[in-house]
Design a binder for this molecule. Structure first.
Ligand SMILES: [Fe+2]
Ligand SMILES: [Fe+2]
Length: 181
């Protein structure tokens, strides 16, 4: 990120990432589920394309950058469409959209420079790392409130998150086993 973007991030720090810690490995798990299925699908794909970028070689970096860029355009467009469709309050959506724009700006910049050979694999990997570091905070704070809002609008209730371990814990005991005991 350039100096201007860093300042812009600082400006938004009180809204968003209070603390960003380095993410060594971004792995998909049920802990990342937010409860709105189509958004969860986007986030699963985000983890895949960013991991591929982090692991890219000089030969695969441009294709991986292209995949990340295409994914983010679609992912962010979807979230913006959900905001518009459900009347997500401006006070939240402005900040959320600004974060998307900053991230996409960084990706465009690195992609363009890499495509003309102005930057190398190290810079591409640093972009991947910054996306890995950015995502958990954004998902926890911005996307989770959007997800809860959409679910509230569409189901008239709170977000329902079914995580595998919770489903197991809540499972009704098998009656045949109960009788045998
Ligand atoms: Fe998202
Ligand atoms: Fe988002």
């Amino acid at each position: 990120m350039n100096a201007q973007q860093t300042n812009h991030n600082d400006h938004h720090a009180h809204h968003a990432q209070r603390k960003t810690k380095r993410v060594e490995k971004l792995e998909w798990s049920d802990a990342l589920l937010l409860g709105h299925g189509p958004m969860d699908d986007e986030h699963r794909e985000f983890v895949q394309v960013v991991t591929a970028l982090r692991n890219s070689t000089a030969h695969t970096a441009l294709a991986a950058l292209d995949a990340v860029e295409k994914h983010l355009i679609a992912h962010f467009d979807l979230e913006h469409a959900w905001m518009d469709k459900t009347g997500f309050p401006d006070v939240y959506s402005k900040c959320h959209r600004d974060q998307h724009d900053e991230v996409l700006g960084s990706v465009f910049q690195v992609h363009q420079l890499a495509a003309i050979g102005q930057i190398g694999l190290g810079a591409v990997h640093r972009l991947a790392q910054s996306l890995m570091d950015w995502f958990p905070g954004h998902a926890d704070y911005m996307d989770s409130s959007l997800s809860a809002w959409i679910n509230g609008k569409t189901h008239g209730g709170q977000a329902v998150v079914l995580r595998r371990n919770l489903v197991h814990e809540d499972r009704v005991p098998d009656e045949s086993q109960a009788e045998a005991a």
